[in-house]
Design a protein around this ligand. Structure first.
Ligand code: FAD
Length: 434
């Protein structure tokens, strides 16, 4: 089979790939120099839409509406944009072998791609219950959500199982967003997770209590402290019941599992340095292999603000790391350099008419402030994280754009605080005056 050769190849066609392509176009790329190779069948899009507007019963988001870079308020890169720029979109093409010393990638169909510079942007894959041998986990109508194909299958099932029962396995952001979406689609929803409260990796018990009460008021049943240990199916192989470790059994027409992800590094095992399960990079997203960069979910990079290595699975970092890598590549070609990546962790989620944002680090003492009554018509509350007398993290539900900017500024500048009680009573105004 013919071999194709490019100056730059981006492996993966997700969020980071799209933003990298835009940065290449900004910096100047000649037609034919750049290719994006993706196993998905569509041009890069804003992945967070899949667990939100894509699943709305009415007015659902559909491509081409949410191709990158609309998520950051930028120009929407339609497939024609790539054509105009001479950027090759090589879609529905899974790379199954990477030979980094030979600078070669091989697809499942046996095509060979050569590159001078490679950007690895393979993202993450979902952790599946079948990976742990959970009984019946391969039944029909048990869904995971990572790519648009997964979302399309879920949309079909929502139509087929109208007004049915849904069980959400997992209490992270995917679980919370899917719990809400299934409720909005008129399903009778139960959520199951093992931890004492939802989103335990970020939320304090106070923050979680608001969302759990809000969801309960919507009629969602929240079952904590236990896990799904098996599924039973009907004679068509379709899931019917979820068996819990504590002996309870839940009826289910649809199960959505959101129990975490895993960075897609397997292609490069033994060829590249890894750290914290991701591909280790420097502050320019250069890996241990010359001419190979890694960006987005897959990269473990120096987080300058906290002077430590981190891997971040959030869309904002996918966008910014991609831009940083391309700037660094183009600068080094001209014998120049760019500033080190200086990232402020940022994460958001939306469900029902709720929307929260979080900036910084969630370690240390916490104070909660504002109106966190889930029955309030417009609840607005937040939390600060304080370490060594400084505010290092901030969370806000229901904030305006300016207020969200204010909490971002606090997390970045890390102002000192005299007393936690004073901070609690000052609440949001503490951030707004910084
Ligand atoms: P991805 O966007 O996952 O792209 C990876 C791409 O690589 C995919 O196209 C994949 O098919 C391709 N690929 C992988 N392996 C191969 C291969 N071998 N050959 C060819 N192609 C390959 N973050 C937030 O901050 N806020 C949110 O609200 C939010 N919501 C989310 C909702 C959902 C449903 C999901 C799944 C994620 C959400 N995220 C959210 C996380 C965010 O989307 C990711 O952090 C981001 O997409 C990472 O970008 P990436 O380019 O590194 O990976």
């Amino acid at each position: 089979m013919a071999e194709k050769s490019f100056k730059y190849v981006i492996l993966g066609g997700g969020v980071a790939a799209g933003y990298a392509a835009r940065e290449f176009a900004k910096q100047g790329v000649q037609p034919g120099e750049l290719a994006i190779i993706s196993k998905e069948a569509v041009a890069p899009y804003e992945r967070p839409a899949l667990s939100k507007a894509y699943l709305f019963p009415e007015g659902a988001a559909r491509l081409p509406g949410f191709h990158v870079c609309v998520g950051s308020g930028g120009e929407r890169l339609l497939p024609t944009w790539y054509e105009e720029k001479g950027i090759q979109l090589i879609l529905s093409t899974e790379i199954v072998k990477a030979d980094l010393p030979a600078k070669t990638l091989v697809s499942a169909a046996g095509e060979t791609f050569k590159y001078q510079i490679l950007i690895i942007a393979t993202g993450s894959t979902v952790i599946r219950l079948t990976d742990f041998g959970v009984q019946g986990a391969d039944s029909k109508n048990i869904f995971y959500l990572r790519e648009i194909d997964d979302a399309d299958k879920l949309v079909e099932a929502i139509k087929a199982k109208k007004n049915g029962k849904a069980v959400i396995v997992g209490g992270g952001y995917i679980g919370l967003e899917l719990g809400a979406i299934m409720n909005i689609n008129n399903f009778d929803v139960s959520m199951v997770f093992p931890e004492p409260w939802c989103m335990p990796r970020l939320f304090t018990s106070d923050i979680a209590a608001f969302y759990e009460d809000y969801y309960t008021n919507k009629g969602i049943k929240i079952i904590k402290g236990t896990v799904a240990v098996g599924f039973t199916a009907d004679s068509n192989g379709e899931v019917k019941e979820v068996k819990l470790k504590d002996g309870r059994v839940l009826e289910a027409d649809i199960v959505v599992v959101g129990v975490g992800g895993r960075p897609l590094t397997t292609l490069f095992k033994g060829q590249i340095e890894e750290e914290q399960g991701g591909i280790k990079t420097d502050a320019f997203f250069k890996t241990s292999v010359p001419d190979v960069y890694a960006v987005g979910d897959v990269a473990t990079f120096p987080l300058k603000l906290y002077n430590e290595l981190r891997r971040v699975e959030h869309v904002d970092h996918a966008r910014k790391s991609a831009e940083q890598a391309v700037k660094a590549i183009k600068a080094s070609e001209e014998g120049k350099s760019v500033d080190e990546y200086d990232y402020l962790p940022y994460f958001y989620s939306r469900s029902f008419d709720l929307a929260w944002q979080f900036y910084g680090d969630n370690v240390g003492d916490t104070v909660i402030f504002g109106d966190n009554n889930p029955k309030s018509p417009k609840a607005k509350f937040g939390s600060y994280w304080i370490k060594e007398g400084k505010v290092i993290g901030a969370f806000l539900e229901g904030g305006s754009a300016e207020e969200n900017q204010a909490i971002a500024k606090v997390a970045k500048l890390q102002p000192s605080v005299q007393s936690l009680d004073a901070l609690k009573s000052e609440g949001l105004s503490f951030a707004c005056k910084i």
